[in-house]
Design a protein around this ligand. Structure first.
Ligand code: HAM
Length: 438
């Protein structure tokens, strides 16, 4: 551990890398390069098209918020207790801020701040930050897309969101996902259920893992999240939430289920699905991809969170929504061999051996005509530029040399099928290529 200077007068203790050339993307983060970056963007575009056709409007909110926004997610959730990237700013007095670990809390905060007409149906995309132990499919910065509907208690609002997620998975070809559905009850019926669960886990505490015993003391429901083998038989025999639902929650859940049946959305009733956030009431759901490791196979999840908006000082406002993990969805697409990265080959590569502005003018004209055009720089040798042209995947190379300049023409060389080449008068080149690429 070395000390480097932080704010004036305040030394900042942190690890310092040996040499500047040893700097890497921070632990749990990744650089996403082309064509994977284009693949991610296309995925978000497909999501946007589906939810916007259902009338959801995009909200772009800050990537950091007052830490109090996220505390509302629940004091017994890992996200809040262990995984927040929290910091103070340079204001006087300093503000306590955190990078967002999820977006539902920000949307609830925005709802109270802007008071839009309810029901307010919104969608979002963007990076989230959680201080997790990184592994494949679990990152410290990851990308989510999601929707929220604030101001409707209708079970069909729950169904509307579920169906949109399902449509999206079908649209990208991820057709073998499983939908797990549960009801968490509400403040009427959950206390009695919590007592029953606490009683059950306390009775078997000696056989539980040490971590689950600690969890039990804070929130017995969180024990259901455990994937540790000794906990499984005790979890399997725990009382079921659906057996403890009050009449209203049961009716709500029945409506959700019969609408899903009517819409032919397959689901698995999952009484142990409690989700990792404290704000849920009634419906909860999760999408599982079979091709991923079980610890990271949830590619999305959501549910109803009636009561969250009140915690931000807003009027009683029910809410429901979901978020999907883009990084995991793409891993699931890899496993299922669907939604491949787009072809990022160029159409045309301009070989400029004279180093004049002619190549720039031609690039501009061809790009304006709708072609994907890349080019050589630095007057590198013909051989070096032809190598780059091959690597770019371009179908044709256009060569601009001394001879071509004096003839008022360019040489068009076909790179894929045969290496046929011919001169094309400069004024005809745009229409010539447009014809070729039609
Ligand atoms: P969540 O279950 O915490 O829910 O996250 C949703 C999805 O984000 C997960 O199913 C997973 O695919 C992805 N995800 C979570 N953590 C990571 C990570 N460390 N690395 C990679 N992917 C990850 C929420 O965030 C709620 N806000 C969902 C919601 C919206 N509920 C109601 N409305």
């Amino acid at each position: 551990m070395k000390s480097v200077t932080g704010r004036p007068g305040r030394p900042l203790k942190c690890r310092v890398v040996a040499g500047i050339d040893k700097l890497r993307a921070p632990k749990g983060t990744r650089d996403i390069l082309a064509p994977d970056s284009a693949r991610q963007r296309h995925l978000v575009d497909r999501f946007a098209a589906i939810v916007e056709s259902a009338g959801y409007g995009q909200v772009i909110s800050p990537m950091f918020e007052d830490v109090a926004v996220f505390s509302r997610v629940g004091e017994s959730t890992d996200i809040v207790t262990k995984e927040m990237f929290a910091f103070t700013d340079r204001d006087d007095p300093p503000q306590h801020l955190a990078l967002r670990p999820e977006l539902t809390a920000s949307i609830a905060r925005a709802f109270v701040q802007h008071r839009p007409t309810a029901p307010w149906a919104v969608w979002y995309e963007g990076p989230q930050f959680r201080y997790e132990r990184p592994q494949a499919g679990r990152y410290r910065q990851f990308m989510q897309v999601g929707v929220e509907v604030l101001g409707s208690a209708d079970p069909l609002a729950d169904v509307d969101t579920i169906v949109l997620a399902q449509e999206f998975f079908d649209d990208i070809g991820l057709t073998d996902t499983s939908l797990m559905v549960n009801s968490m009850g509400d403040e009427q019926c959950r206390p009695a259920y919590l007592d029953a669960v606490r009683g059950h886990f306390t009775e078997h505490a000696a056989a539980l893992s040490e971590q689950s015993r600690e969890t039990l003391a804070k929130n017995p429901l969180r024990v259901f999240d455990s994937k540790r083998p000794p906990d499984q038989p005790i979890i399997d025999t725990a009382p079921s939430l659906v057996d403890h639902l009050c009449a209203d929650c049961l009716a709500h859940f029945d409506d959700v289920r019969s609408a899903l049946d009517r819409l032919e959305v397959d689901y698995v009733l999952s009484p142990r699905l409690v989700r990792g956030l404290d704000y849920y009431r009634r419906t909860t759901f999760e999408f599982i991809a079979p091709g991923l490791d079980t610890a990271q196979n949830a590619i999305g999840g959501g549910g109803r969170y009636d009561g969250l908006v009140e915690q931000f000082g807003g009027p009683p406002t029910p809410g429901v929504g979901f978020a999907l993990g883009v990084d995991r969805i793409l891993l699931a697409c890899d496993a299922a061999d669907v939604f491949a990265a787009p072809d990022d080959s160029a159409d045309v590569f301009i070989v400029d051996v004279v180093g004049g502005v002619e190549a720039s003018v031609l690039s501009q004209q061809l790009r304006r005509a709708g072609l994907v055009v890349t080019r050589g720089f630095d007057q590198r040798s013909m051989k070096a530029q032809m190598k780059l042209a091959d690597r770019s995947g371009a179908r044709v190379a256009i060569i601009i040399g001394e001879q071509e300049l004096s003839d008022g023409a360019v040489t068009v060389r076909h790179l894929r099928a045969d290496s046929d080449q011919h001169a094309v008068p400069y004024p005809d080149i745009v229409s010539h290529l447009q014809e070729l690429f039609r």
